[in-house]
Design a protein around this ligand. Structure first.
Ligand code: HSE
Length: 320
């Protein structure tokens, strides 16, 4: 593909992220990218796009020679894996936001990228609008990573913020996160830390080349945190955050986990509120950087998908 070539997209899913991308592409004609068809599951539903955009037949997208990029933003990780593997095997570049699917099938997906030589980009799968994957791949490629600490789940951060700053009840905060489109359709994936650890599996791969299953990483969510924990923490000068952490040990191994932690109020991660995410990277030469941005939501996540689509014009792919 080159910079001037039209990008013709077959998009699986038209939910929060898919609709976000659709709106973004309407406002970015300079990208020269358009969605030719979107494959959806429930055709009767009212959507903010012309009826003729949609189909329920996945083969209409996967076997259309004009479509050169498959965007996969669906909720079902089994169906998503089938779609992305079929697309790659059929010579199409893939952009995916499915963190669960990627974390569950990391090894197979890496293998397929090697075999096909095709790009599989997934900036939207971790930290949404924060360009952290490409920075880990490119900017830090030759640096010596000392540690990464991050808030990678917008919904739990939103819930913690609402509980601790506005004294909102856990359940009410969760309902709000669902209404705003931040939470997974099964919100226990957010609350119990599964979404965060899946994203951590992906980021560990791009940071260190580690290929690990999420059940091999110590993690828990915010399910046991109560309002009174916040008052105690605050009195002592701390906030509570669900922190994903990786630290390079002296023997070169990496210790990684996802746990709720007390963070000092002047810690950069304490500034990460609501649905925002934050990543603090420490390395030998670049020293310390703090990345901050929206970690969930329609346009924020759509923007990361758009950025991957844009990178495809230059044949960008991750190195494995
Ligand atoms: N449920 C996810 C979150 C959506 O709250 O972070 C974005 O990946």
């Amino acid at each position: 593909m080159n910079e001037h070539k039209e990008i013709i997209i077959g998009m699986f899913g038209f939910g929060v992220v898919g609709e976000g991308l659709y709106k973004i592409l309407q406002q970015t004609p300079s990208l020269n990218a358009r969605i030719k068809k979107s494959c959806i599951k429930h055709p009767g539903k009212k959507r903010n796009a012309p009826e003729e955009l949609f189909t329920t037949d996945k083969d209409v997208l996967l076997f259309d020679d004009e479509i050169n990029v498959i965007v996969e933003v669906i909720d079902d990780s089994v169906a998503a894996f089938d779609i992305v593997t079929t697309a790659l095997k059929n010579g199409k570049a893939v952009v995916s936001a499915s963190k669960k699917m990627i974390a569950e099938n990391l090894e197979e997906l890496l293998q397929l990228q090697k075999e096909t030589g095709l790009p599989f980009l997934c900036e939207a799968a971790a930290c949404a609008s924060i360009p952290v994957i490409r920075n880990l791949e490119e900017y830090y490629d030759n640096d010596l990573l000392h540690s990464i600490r991050a808030v990678v789940n917008g919904s739990t951060n939103f819930i913690l913020t609402k509980m601790f700053d506005d004294k909102l009840d856990f359940q009410d905060a969760l309902i709000l996160a669902q209404q705003l489109g931040y939470a997974e359709s099964n919100p226990s994936l957010d609350v119990e830390g599964y979404d965060a650890v899946n994203k951590w599996v992906i980021l560990l791969n791009h940071a260190y080349g580690i290929v690990e299953k999420s059940d091999k990483i110590l993690f828990t969510g915010i399910q046991n945190i109560q309002l009174r924990d916040a008052s105690v923490a605050k009195e002592k000068g701390f906030d509570i955050k669900l922190v994903a952490q990786a630290k390079t040990l002296l023997n070169g191994k990496v210790a990684a986990y996802v746990l709720p932690q007390f963070v000092k109020l002047d810690d950069q991660l304490a500034f990460v509120k609501n649905e925002f995410n934050g990543v603090v990277i420490e390395s030998g030469f670049a020293d310390r950087q703090f990345f901050y941005g929206k970690g969930a939501g329609s346009l924020a996540t759509g923007s990361a998908v758009m950025s991957d689509i844009s990178a495809l014009r230059y044949d960008y792919k991750y190195e494995y």
